[in-house]
Design a protein around this ligand. Structure first.
Ligand code: PNW
Length: 447
């Protein structure tokens, strides 16, 4: 029997995001984004790196898609730059932005690559931030107009839509701790309201796809869950881990899947609870076609003797990738799917991101032997295979990322790509992990 085979229609892909690869930050009428601004504040981004040029994908997409084709990539998750289509976030549409993405989709089509498109991967138009950003409801309404523009403009090119990427990450990092754009530190009340506006934005995006998208369009949210893994796979630890995951993520998932904020969340908010208008929850909880999960890590949970549970701290020297938060927990990808399936029953799951950054210096002959990345991805994939094998509705996997790229506050120093980018020359070199992943995709099997 052949081991580790996937179902015939399993989706294999790679992922990226506009502000991390496109560059051309001021070209062809693109407006300023909060990352264009934030990267210029002293001390905010490692090395003072900006997204100005990044991988210059804006000018090199043909070459990049040709390389994808050579590696056998059939699905590519990308994001649209909102400020390319609506430069100041208002009603004005930048036709050159639309033309660019049409050329890009045409090129993908010629290379046999299916697009999976995220509306929002963190590059808010700066003009909207100046008017209050996600703190104000008007931003969700501007987002509704942008999504309608995009769904209409690309209805003949795009069937698979993702509304927003990782709401808790960009709200937490951008508005709570100030580590990401726009670099704010807001009190709880403002944060909860901003969070509510992003959920509204999700709802508006779903409506835009349903109303303006082409035939057979599908849409879902992509989330980075905080993933609780049972230390021992006994019923007690499994129940404890699921309860922990439920508690950590309910404020996000209950509105989307059940149409309400959980009572416990509202209680914890106290007087800082968000203002919810009539109809909001109906908009937010419209049926979606899938839930996207970005899975990098997790934490271990066990049931306590008697009752209750505990989350275990990681001991010193527990394996991690280049980021301290990137503890290597391959089972997290299985448990995210399983707990989430049991709690919310989304119609389908896609792993919309998984991957790791490691220092991978070229060897003398120029080859990049990134065995740690290959091993990281392989161990996580074994756990995707387990989920699929148990009948959980996980339909696809996107590796983060295709190219080394602009890793937000860490700048260009952190490399997540399976393809190395030499930023001085923009030369692309597939790493060993790319050759290996190409074989996985080709055989539809972990090799
Ligand atoms: C994701 N965490 O963000 C983003 O969607 C990508 O744009 C990014 O490049 C990638 O992960 C790698 O960082 C995350 O702290 C950032 O757990 C932080 C966390 C998770 C995801």
């Amino acid at each position: 029997m052949k081991s580790y085979c996937f179902p015939r229609n399993f989706i294999w892909g790679v992922a990226a995001a506009a502000p991390q690869i496109e560059g051309a930050a001021r070209e062809d009428g693109k407006g300023e984004s909060i990352w264009d601004r934030f990267a210029r504040l002293p001390g905010k981004v490692a090395n003072g790196d900006t997204p100005d040029i990044a991988c210059d994908h804006y000018h090199r997409y043909r070459e990049d898609f040709a390389l994808m084709r050579r590696l056998g990539v059939k699905n590519y998750r990308l994001s649209l730059a909102w400020p390319r289509l609506h430069p100041d976030g208002g009603r004005d549409i930048n036709q050159k932005g639309i033309d660019f993405y049409r050329r890009l989709f045409d090129s993908m089509e010629r290379n046999g690559i299916t697009p999976w498109v995220t509306f929002y991967h963190w590059d808010l138009p700066q003009a909207l931030e100046d008017a209050g950003g996600w703190r104000v409801r008007a931003t969700a309404e501007a987002f509704a107009r942008y999504c309608a523009t995009a769904a209409r403009a690309f209805r003949d090119h795009v069937r698979n839509w993702i509304t927003l990427n990782e709401i808790p990450t960009f709200i937490g990092n951008g508005y709570r701790v100030g580590m990401h754009a726009p670099g704010a530190r807001e009190p709880g009340r403002v944060l909860n309201q901003a969070f509510h506006h992003t959920l509204l934005a999700h709802g508006y995006a779903v409506s835009a796809v349903r109303e303006h998208g082409g035939r057979g369009s599908r849409v879902g949210l992509t989330q980075d869950l905080s993933v609780s893994v049972p230390v021992t796979e006994t019923p007690r630890d499994i129940v404890a881990a699921r309860a922990e995951l439920a508690l950590r993520n309910e404020h996000l998932l209950a509105p989307v899947f059940h149409g309400r904020y959980p009572a416990g969340y509202l209680r914890r908010c106290g007087k800082d609870r968000p203002e919810v208008k009539a109809g909001d929850m109906k908009l937010i909880s419209q049926p979606t076609d899938f839930l996207g999960l970005n899975i990098y890590s997790g934490h271990f949970v066990r049931a306590k003797a008697g009752r209750g549970r505990e989350v275990l701290a990681f001991p010193p020297r527990y394996p991690e990738a280049s980021f301290e938060w990137l503890k290597i927990v391959p089972q997290s990808i299985y448990w995210a799917i399983r707990h989430c399936h049991e709690l919310y029953h989304p119609r389908a799951f896609y792993i919309t991101e998984n991957g790791a950054s490691f220092p991978d210096p070229p060897a003398a002959d120029g080859e990049i032997v990134d065995l740690h990345r290959r091993d990281f991805v392989r161990n996580y994939l074994v756990n995707v295979h387990r989920a699929v094998g148990e009948g959980l509705p996980c339909r696809g996997y996107f590796l983060w990322s295709f190219l080394d790229n602009y890793e937000w506050a860490a700048g260009y120093g952190e490399r997540f790509g399976i393809v190395h980018v030499d930023y001085a020359t923009q030369k692309r070199t597939p790493k060993l992990s790319a050759r290996w992943y190409a074989e996985v995709m080709r055989r539809n099997q972990i090799v």
